[in-house]
Design a protein around this ligand. Structure first.
Ligand SMILES: [Zn+2]
Length: 70
């Protein structure tokens, strides 16, 4: 069966592409949060996953139901 690539938001970093380490660094007299590149999505914030038609229909149905709730 043919599979279709879909982009999903990375759950590890919430689509930010970077993660807070909880540490800070000082630059030009200011303190900045120290970020690290998200290793789960390689800093892209999105993940590419392959789904077949059956899964795609289920996803679309789930999205439709979600919109009706909102
Ligand atoms: Zn990520």
């Amino acid at each position: 069966m043919n599979e279709i690539p879909i982009k999903t938001t990375c759950t590890a970093c919430g689509g930010e592409g970077c993660l807070y380490t909880g540490r800070t660094f000082t630059l030009a007299g200011r303190e900045h949060p120290l970020l690290t590149c998200c290793s789960a999505c390689d800093g892209k914030g999105t993940l590419l996953s392959w789904v077949d038609m059956h899964q795609l229909v289920q996803l679309l149905y789930a999205m439709e139901v979600e919109q009706q709730i909102e």
